[in-house]
Design a protein around this ligand. Structure first.
Ligand code: IVH
Length: 676
């Protein structure tokens, strides 16, 4: 096959694959089997590999996601992205219709659509090809997330059909279906990562990921609802959407034209009742004037169009009985009240518990045991109690009071001035605080010990085998085997994983210690500023707060951590076990001594930003570390320079300028390390 034939074949394959993608992801009606589809993709991939100059970003092979994006670049929206005015009840709906009908001077056609609860996106197509995808941002400018958007299979990379304007914008909502969301959260919990609160947050978090490959694996979807552009093919919104569906966009099929508020109310009620049948979350109904001419006549307020409104559903609410209130003690000693409820079905799942946050909230709700309470699902996974049905209260019910002593160790609880939470001050001996600290220490982002779950940690603690996390390094497999459900092999695996954890870098060990208020980012800051744990231990309040990212709250917490003899003892033991309690600098030093080129970056803190041609960012990171430098993620006055690739974000550039940090281009850097 010569180049011309290959080019024709590539074009044919792309069309065919796009048709199948559309049938599968938009219409949900596959025309061929998965393996037949794979064959087409394989053939296209092979041809594009052979003729790389024929590869275009709108090829279906590019949906898998390419390299990491350093950060998103902002662009201005051609048409600002506005929000919608809310309509909360029938009366407000009637007022909305009256206003429009007054402007129209007669009857009006409305289009009713679902209000998808996801992340809005604005796509620009030029010459039938997806050109740019922007998030809403502040409504005027948004982040360029094109490379992530390309991975969404139901979004056409190219459009085909009649009446396609040369340049148009189409808007929609990026969504994660509930089954995909549930699976993702299960995986995250297993991996020790925090779960997403709801599909909207998961979709939004996914769109902002820097690695399009992970985005591709998250199976996002997108529903479209608004076509814009100077050459709109039709005179009504409804026809525009129907036309866009023919071009390949996924448009909700149940959109309906209504002629008055009664018809609109029927639509609202119908979907309020059957919203749980959908695989996506919706939070209301959007009502839009159908005629584009009338839309124009109605115009906009500063924030939203006058020709559209969002009828918001009320959060689903059920009543159930409050059986009891339990109090949980966390790793930091904070005591959280939890309501135990008579199981009740709410918005897709059975609810047994609701969070009560703190003592103030119990007081505000004026809760009594056995009360019938209203329960709602808000933005959080755990539902909340929003009120009490007083008409159902029995006079013998007993008022809920906050406990005065720790339910685990009996110590009198404390509550600091101005803080909402009660704390158990028995830091050293309160069991859930001890096991909580050990669980944090071994968690994935800290020491990443595998095979040790919460239950095993509790067993080890209850049997007296460990009292703190330093004890882990003195365990042997023989001690683990007799524990419930632990075979010899898994016991040995746990021991191996504990031993291997001594290789975890310094900043993660600092994070693992569980010092209050020291999260992952602060731990990195600490590691950058204190070359070893002794320096940190000896640092006074002024030294600590002298570091820009460390405020008084964190500084006090670090100081009180090191005032505790038991903590000092633990750290001394960790040192003996060989954990990294200092910055690894040996390699860099060796380089200097032998005079090799590998030490040219000795002691330099370097931020990598932008996209590069010669090496990947990961490779540059390795080069920096091998050459004695340190790759840091955030800019500070300690940064030596920025290795600046193309497309470096404007905010980073500005910050670098204000701090007087030099930018070094890829070419200059290669010269510096002697590669050019
Ligand atoms: S139309 C100028 N239609 O709701 C009108 N928006 O509060 C632009 N949304 O940011 C919006 N479903 O993210 C429209 N069928 C729908 C929608 C919808 C969800 C979101 C969208 C927008 C927000 C407005």
């Amino acid at each position: 096959m010569d180049r011309t034939e290959a080019s024709e074949r590539i074009e044919r394959l792309r069309r065919e694959i796009e048709t199948h993608n559309h049938s599968y992801y938009v219409l949900s009606k596959p025309l061929i089997s998965d393996s037949e589809f794979d064959q087409l993709m394989n053939e296209l991939e092979a041809l594009e590999k052979k003729y790389p100059d024929l590869l275009t970003p709108d090829s279906p092979t590019q949906r898998v996601g390419s390299d990491l994006t350093p950060e998103f670049i902002q662009y201005e929206h051609k048409y600002p992205m506005l929000s919608l005015g809310n309509i909360y009840n029938e009366e407000e709906l009637k007022a909305f219709c009256n206003r429009i009908e007054k402007i129209a001077g007669g009857p009006v056609e409305y289009v009713c659509e679902l209000k998808f609860d996801g992340v809005s996106i604005s796509l620009n197509y030029r010459n039938n090809s997806l050109f740019m995808a922007l998030t809403r941002g502040d409504g005027k400018t948004g982040d360029d997330v094109t490379r992530n958007i390309r991975t969404i299979k139901s979004i056409p990379l190219r459009v085909s059909g009649d009446n396609i304007p040369a340049d148009f914008v189409i808007r929609g909502e990026v969504l994660m279906s509930r089954p995909v969301f549930d699976r993702l959260n299960r995986e995250r919990i297993q991996a020790g990562l925090p779960a997403f609160a709801n599909p909207r947050n998961a979709a939004s978090g996914t769109l902002k990921l820097l690695d399009p490959k992970i985005v591709a694996s998250r199976r996002l979807d997108c529903m479209f609802y608004f076509l814009l552009g100077e050459d709109s093919p039709w005179e009504t919104h409804y026809q525009n959407l129907k036309q866009a569906a023919e071009w390949g966009f996924k448009i909700f099929e149940g959109i309906r034209i209504c002629r008055n508020s009664d018809e609109i109310m029927d639509f609202v009620k119908k979907w309020d009742e059957s919203r749980n049948d959908l695989t996506y979350d919706i939070d209301g109904i959007v009502i839009k004037v159908n005629s584009l001419a009338l839309q124009q006549k109605a115009g906009f307020t500063a924030k939203s169009p006058r020709w559209a409104g969002a009828f918001k559903f009320r959060a689903e609410q059920v009543t159930t009985r409050l059986l009891s209130v339990s109090f949980q003690v966390g790793r930091t000693g904070a005591v959280t009240p939890v309501a135990n409820l008579e199981p009740v079905f709410l918005a897709g799942s059975t609810v047994r518990r609701a969070s009560l946050h703190n003592a103030d909230q119990i007081e505000i709700l004026d809760l009594y045991i056995n009360d019938m309470v209203y329960v709602e699902k808000g933005g959080e996974i755990i539902p909340k109690i929003t009120g009490v049905d007083l008409s159902e209260r029995d006079k013998n019910n007993i008022k809920v009071t906050f406990i005065t002593n720790c339910p685990e160790c009996g110590t009198t609880l404390t509550r600091n001035e101005g803080e909402a939470n009660h704390f158990c001050p028995n830091y050293l001996h309160c069991p859930p605080q001890i096991t909580g600290r050990i669980e944090h220490f071994i968690s994935r982002r800290a020491m990443a010990v595998e095979g040790l779950g919460e239950e095993t940690v509790e067993l080890l603690f209850n049997r007296g085998l460990i009292r703190n996390f330093a004890d882990l390094y003195e365990l042997n497999a023989g001690q683990l085997v007799p524990l419930e459900r632990l075979g010899e092999k898994s016991a040995q695996n746990i021991i191996n994983s504990i031993r291997e954890s001594v290789g975890v870098p310094y900043h993660r060990v600092i994070f693992a210690l569980g010092i209050r208020h020291v999260g992952e980012t602060t731990a990195r800051t600490i590691a950058r500023n204190f070359r070893n744990i002794d320096e940190l231990m000896n640092a006074d309040f002024e030294t600590l707060t002298g570091i820009r990212e460390i405020g008084p709250r964190i500084a006090s917490s670090i100081i009180s951590y090191f005032r505790d003899d038991e903590n000092i003892d633990i750290i001394q033991r960790l040192k003996l076990f060989g954990l990294n309690l200092q910055e690894e600098e040996q390699e860099a030093r060796e380089g200097t001594q032998t005079g090799t080129k590998e030490a040219v970056l000795d002691g330099k803190s370097i931020v990598i930003s932008g996209v590069f041609r010669r090496h990947s960012r990961e490779e540059y990171r390795e080069i920096i570390e091998k050459s004695g430098g340190k790759n840091v993620t955030s800019l500070s006055s300690n940064t030596s320079f920025i290795l600046a690739g193309e497309k470096m974000g404007p905010s980073k550039r500005e910050k670098a300028e204000s701090l007087g940090i030099p930018l070094i281009s890829e070419k200059e850097f290669l010269e510096l390390i002697g590669e050019e």
